[in-house]
Design a protein around this ligand. Structure first.
Ligand code: FAD
Ligand code: SF4
Length: 498
C-alpha cells in the first residue's frame, strides 16, 4: 500500500474533524517547541550515561500538538525511509503510544536508533511546514520518534511486524549495520529465509562499535535486533564473507541473492610523519576498543591509554564522538584540530554544542604537519600549522590555505585521526567482475541497488562512502524490494507487490 493510500484510509475526514475540534491551527502554531532534557555537562562527563534524557509523557504529548497534520506532509519526503510522520505523531497526541510505535515500524526497523542519531535538522525536520513556510522551529520529529519507540520498549509489549508465510528461498545479507538490518527486516517480512553474516563478534555495525553509549546505548540496538530475530532472521557472527566463505561457497549452500552492506570501515590517514607512533589511533580503532571491547573498563585485554592531552583530528560526528569519549576516559585537555572554521564543521550542531558544554577545546583553522615521539616510539608532541580560508573549492566550502611561518608545537600523549573512511576492499576484491568506483565504493543501479553482478545488491556506506544511518537503511529497504523483483523475475518466488 502506498503512503497516500495508508494516509487516506486511516486519517479520514472523521479523524481530521476530531483533531480540528480538539485544537485550532493557530493554537498549535503558537506553541513553543519542547526541548529534550539533558544530563548536565559536569555530571555526564564522569560516565558514559546517555546525554539526552528523552521527553516525558507530558512533553511528548505537548510537542505532538504542534503538528498541523498537513494534507500534503512534506516532512515525509525528507525521511529516506518514508515514515508516515503526521500519522505517528497524531497517535502520540491522542495518547495511543503503542499505535504510534506500530506506525514507525511499518517503514523503519530501528526507530529508537533513528530517533537518536538521525540528522533530523537536515532531513525530515528541514521539510516540516514550520521550517519551510513559517520560518519557525520545526516539530521535534526525532524526539517524538524516540519517545514512541522508548515507550513501547519500556512497556515491555514490543510489537513484532507480521511476516508472510515462508517461501523457502534463501537470501544472504553481508554485514549487520543499519543497511543490512533494514534489508533483512524487509526480506523477512516478504517471507524469505534470511541469514545475516557479520565479521565481528557483535551485531549492529557502527551502531555498536562506532557511536558511543552516551549517544546510543548498545542495549537499545540489541532490543531492535531481537525483533528481527523474532521475525525469523538468523545471524552468524565472526563470519567474514570473502574469507570464512566465498560468495560462491554461499551460493552452493543455496543462497539465491545477496545484499552487501559491509560499510566503510577502512580509516583514512593523512600520511604525515609520525602517524605510526604509539598513541596515534584511527577513530575506528579507538572507538571500537572502547565501545565493543571494554577498553575503558578494568581487566579487559584491549585497553586504550587514558590520555591526558588528547588531540582529535577532524570535524565530523566521528571526531566529536572520539573527543567526547577521550574526555570521559579522563583527558585533562581534549581538543579538536580542524582545518576549516566552525561554520564549515560537518558534525551535527547538537554534537558540537554538547562538546563545547563538556569543555572540549576547538583548534579550528589548524592542521597537523607531523607527530613527534620519544625514544620508546610514543607520541609526545605534534606540530600544527595555522590555516586561513581561501576561495570555495569543488564542495562549495571555502578552501583552507596554510599560513606560512605559523607552525607551533603542542604537547599530546594521544592523537585520534578522524578524517574519513573508505570501503574495506575485501568484498569488492573477492568477486571478479564487480564494478567498483575509483573510491572503492560499489557501483549500483540506484533504482534497485543491483550491482553489475545480477544476484548481488548493495547499499549503505559500501556504496555511498561514509554517510548516515538512515540513508543506509533507505538503501537496504530499496535493495530488499530489488532482490524480491529479481527473484520474482527468476521465478524463484511467486510475484507479489509490497
Ligand atoms: P556499517 O554500520 O559500517 O556496518 C557494516 C558491517 O559489515 C560491520 O558490522 C562490519 O563488521 C561488517 N562487515 C564488513 N565486511 C564484512 C564481511 N566481509 N563479511 C561480513 N561482515 C562484514 N550516522 C548518522 O546518521 N548519525 C550519527 O550520529 C552518526 N554518527 C556516527 C559516528 C561514528 C563514530 C561513525 C563511524 C559513523 C557515524 N554515522 C552516523 C554514520 C553511520 O553510522 C554509517 O553511515 C552507517 O552505520 C552505515 O551503515 P552500513 O550498514 O552501511 O555499515
Ligand atoms: Fe526523521 Fe530519521 Fe525519523 Fe526519518 S527516521 S522521520 S529522517 S528522524
Amino acid at each position: 500500500m502506498s503512503i497516500t493510500e495508508i494516509l487516506s484510509v486511516e486519517r479520514n475526514e472523521e479523524w481530521r474533524a476530531l483533531l480540528r475540534k480538539s485544537m485550532k491551527a493557530s493554537e498549535r502554531t503558537a506553541m513553543e517547541r519542547v526541548h529534550m532534557p539533558e544530563v548536565p555537562a559536569e555530571e555526564r562527563v564522569l560516565s558514559h550515561v546517555e546525554v539526552n534524557a528523552g521527553l516525558t509523557l507530558e512533553q511528548a504529548t505537548n510537542e505532538a500538538k504542534r503538528c498541523l497534520d498537513c494534507v500534503d506532509p512534506t516532512c515525509v519526503s525528507g525521511c529516506p525511509v518514508g515514515i508516515h510522520i503526521p500519522h505517528f505523531i497524531k497517535r502520540i497526541e491522542t495518547g495511543d503510544f503503542a499505535a504510534a510505535a506500530k506506525v514507525l515500524k511499518q517503514t523503519n526497523a530501528l526507530p529508537a536508533v533513528c530517533g537518536r542519531v538521525c540528522p533530523q535538522e537536515k532531513q525530515c525536520e528541514s521539510q516540516c511546514f514550520y521550517t519551510k513556510k513559517m520560518q519557525k522551529i520545526p516539530v521535534a520529529i526525532g524526539s517524538l520518534e524516540r519517545f514512541a519507540a522508548d515507550w513501547e520498549r519500556e512497556s515491555g509489549n514490543i510489537s513484532v511486524p507480521e511476516t508472510e508465510k515462508p517461501n523457502g528461498v534463501k537470501v544472504a545479507v553481508v554485514g549487520s549495520g543499519p543497511a543490512g538490518l533494514a534489508a533483512a527486516g524487509d526480506l523477512a517480512k516478504m517471507g524469505y529465509s534470511v541469514t545475516v553474516f557479520e565479521a565481528l563478534h557483535e551485531i549492529g555495525g557502527v551502531l555498536k562499535y562506532g557511536i558511543p553509549e552516551f549517544r546510543l546505548p548498545n542495549v537499545l540496538v540489541d532490543v531492535e535486533i531481537d525483533v528481527l530475530k523474532q521475525m525469523g532472521v538468523e545471524f552468524k557472527t565472526n563470519f567474514v564473507v570473502g574469507k570464512t566463505a566465498s560468495f560462491d561457497d554461499l551460493r552452493n549452500l543455496g543462497y539465491e541473492a545477496f545484499f552487501i552492506g559491509s560499510g566503510a570501515g577502512l580509516p583514512n590517514f593523512m600520511n604525515i610523519p609520525g602517524e605510526n607512533l604509539n598513541g596515534v589511533f584511527s577513530s575506528n580503532e579507538y572507538l571500537t576498543r572502547v565501545n565493543l571491547m571494554g577498553a575503558s573498563k578494568k581487566g579487559y585485554d584491549t585497553p586504550v591509554l587514558s590520555g591526558k592531552n588528547v588531540a582529535v583530528i577532524g570535524g565530523g560526528n566521528t571526531a566529536m564522538d572520539s573527543v567526547r569519549t577521550a574526555k570521559r576516559l579522563g583527558a585533562d585537555r581534549a581538543m579538536i584540530v580542524y582545518r576549516r572554521s566552525m561554520d564549515e564543521m560537518p558534525a551535527r550542531a547538537e554534537e558540537v554544542k554538547h562538546a563545547i558544554e563538556e569543555g572540549i577545546e576547538f583548534l579550528t583553522l589548524h592542521n597537523p604537519l607531523m607527530y613527534i615521539g620519544d625514544q620508546r616510539g610514543r607520541v609526545t608532541q605534534m606540530q600544527l600549522q595555522k590555516m586561513e580560508l581561501g576561495e570555495p573549492d569543488r564542495s562549495g566550502r571555502r578552501k583552507p590555505v596554510p599560513m606560512e611561518g605559523s607552525e607551533f608545537i603542542v604537547d599530546v600523549d594521544t592523537v585520534i585521526v578522524s578524517i574519513g573512511v573508505s570501503p574495506n576492499p575485501l568484498v569488492p576484491q573477492s568477486v571478479p567482475g564487480l564494478d567498483v568506483s575509483t573510491w572503492g565504493t560499489l557501483k549500483v543501479d540506484e533504482k534497485n541497488m543491483q550491482t553489475s553482478i545480477p544476484y548481488l545488491f548493495a547499499g549503505g556506506d559500501i556504496v555511498r562512502g561514509g554517510a548516515t544511518v538512515i540513508l543506509a537503511m533507505g538503501d537496504g529497504r530499496k535493495a530488499a524490494a530489488g532482490i524480491h523483483q529479481y527473484l520474482t523475475s527468476k521465478k524463484k518466488v511467486a510475484a507479489t507487490t509490497y
